[in-house]
Design a protein around this ligand. Structure first.
Ligand code: FA5
Length: 350
C-alpha cells in the first residue's frame, strides 16, 4: 500500500512538471482528486482494511491528497503568471513620454469657434451653461411665448419623440431654465443675469450649402435693470470684431420671434463671395447669422422675473454658420462629413 502512495506521488510530480497549460492541469486534478480519481479510489478502498491498517493508511492517503492539492494550486499560480507575462509581452509597447503627434487629430472648426466665443463672452462676465439635447415642449416652445398650435411653430420643423419630448430645435429652449436659475440672485442681490449656452440643434431641414438638419447655435441672455437695444448691439459688435479680427459688413433688420419684442435679424455680408452672391448665402450676398432682440415680457414673467422692473436681451448665434464664414467653408455639409483631411487643416488655431 505504501508503495502505491509513493508511486502516485512520483507520478503526480512528474505529470505536473510536464504540464504547460491550465486545461491539462485540470485534467490532472480530476484524474487524482476527482470523484473517480486515483486518490479518491484509495480512500474508498480503505473499507476493506482492518481498523488498525485503516488508521495508518488513511493518514498517509490524506497526506497524499493534501500534497496533490497543494502542488496543483502552486502549478495553477505558476501557469497563470506565465499567461499574464505572455499577454504583456504580446501587447504593443507604449512609451508614455513620447510627445503627442498632433497630426493624428485636430479640433473641429465648430469646436474652435465655440471655444473662441466662450472666451470672448467669459471675458465680458458671461457664464457658460450646458443644456440637454432632448427637451420638453414647455422648454422649447411654451415657456418662450409659443403656445401649442401657434403658427410660429411652423418656423422650425421639429423632431418629436414618442414620449412627447423633442430634439432641441433651438438653444432658446434653455432660456426659461437660465432665468429661473439666476433670477433669485438678480432679484435679491442685484446681480445681472449674463449667460451663454452653446448646443446642438436639430430640425427636419432640406439641406443645402447653408442649411443642415443638425447644427450648432449659441444662445446668450442678459437681464438687469435698464438693459436696452444699445447693450445688445454693443455685445454683438464686440463678439463679431473679436471673432473675425477685421471689419465685416453687418446689417440689422426687423425679425419676428415670439420670445423677443422687438426682434431683429443680424446678417453678415457673405465672406465666401464678398457679398456678390453664391450658394453659401443663397445668392443674396448676406447670411443670417445671429437673430436677437429684447426678451418678451411674457418670457421674463414665465422665468419668474418682473418685466416691470427688469429688461433683457437674447440672441441665438448660428455657430455652424460662423465656422463657415470664419474658415471660408463653402458648404455647411462639409462640417458634418467627418472628412478628416479637410477638417484637420484648422488645428493651428488652437
Ligand atoms: C432661432 O433659432 C432663434 N431661437 C434665435 C433667437 C434667439 C432669436 C434669441 C431671438 C432671440 P433661427 O431659426 O433663425 O432662430 O436660427 C438662428 C440661427 O441659427 C440662424 O441665423 C442660423 O445662423 C442658424 N441656423 C438656423 N437653422 C439652421 C440650419 N438649418 N442650418 C444651419 N444653421 C442654422
Amino acid at each position: 500500500m505504501d508503495n502505491k502512495i509513493t508511486i502516485l506521488k512520483d507520478e503526480i510530480n512528474d505529470k505536473l512538471a510536464k504540464t504547460a497549460n491550465l486545461i491539462d492541469l485540470d485534467k490532472i486534478r480530476v484524474a487524482y482528486l476527482g470523484k473517480k480519481g486515483s486518490i479518491t479510489a484509495l480512500l474508498k478502498g480503505m473499507k476493506d482494511l482492518s481498523a488498525e491498517e485503516r488508521k495508518s493508511f488513511g493518514a498517509e492517503v490524506n497526506k497524499l491528497k493534501a500534497f496533490a492539492a497543494e502542488k496543483i494550486e502552486e502549478k495553477i499560480t505558476e501557469l497563470k503568471e506565465k499567461e499574464v507575462e505572455k499577454e504583456i509581452a504580446s501587447m504593443p509597447q507604449f512609451d508614455v513620454s513620447t510627445p503627442v503627434d498632433l497630426t493624428r487629430g485636430s479640433y473641429h472648426p465648430i469646436t474652435l469657434v465655440q471655444r473662441q466665443c466662450e472666451t470672448i463672452f467669459k471675458s465680458m462676465g458671461f457664464t457658460v451653461e450646458d443644456y440637454p439635447e432632448v427637451v420638453t415642449d414647455y422648454e422649447c416652445f411654451e415657456s418662450l411665448n409659443i403656445p401649442k398650435h401657434h403658427p410660429a411653430r411652423d418656423m422650425q420643423d421639429t423632431y418629436y419623440l414618442d414620449n412627447g419630448q423633442l430634439l432641441k430645435s433651438q438653444t432658446s429652449a434653455a432660456q426659461n431654465a437660465i432665468l429661473k436659475k439666476y433670477g433669485k440672485n438678480l432679484i435679491e442681490n442685484g446681480v445681472p443675469i449674463k449667460a451663454i449656452f452653446p448646443g446642438r440643434c436639430f430640425r427636419n431641414e432640406a439641406t443645402d450649402a447653408c442649411h443642415e438638419n443638425t447644427f450648432f447655435q449659441m444662445e446668450g441672455v442678459m437681464v438687469d435693470k435698464d438693459i436696452s437695444i444699445s447693450n445688445l448691439i454693443f455685445f454683438m459688435k464686440t463678439m463679431l470684431s473679436e471673432v473675425f479680427q477685421k471689419d465685416i459688413k453687418v446689417r440689422l433688420r426687423p425679425g419676428f420671434f415670439p420670445f423677443v419684442e422687438p426682434g431683429f435679424e443680424l446678417d453678415i455680408s457673405c465672406l465666401i463671395c464678398g457679398g456678390d452672391g453664391c450658394p453659401s448665402c443663397k445668392h443674396s450676398g448676406w447670411l443670417e447669422l445671429c437673430p436677437c432682440g429684447m426678451i418678451h415680457p411674457n418670457v421674463l414673467s414665465e422665468g419668474g422675473i418682473d418685466p416691470e422692473k427688469y429688461t433683457g436681451f437674447a440672441f441665438g448665434l448660428g455657430l455652424t454658420r460662423l465656422a463657415m464664414m470664419k474658415y471660408g467653408i463653402k458648404d455647411i455639409r462639409d462640417l458634418n462629413s467627418g472628412n478628416l483631411k479637410s477638417l484637420s487643416q484648422f488645428t493651428d488655431d488652437e
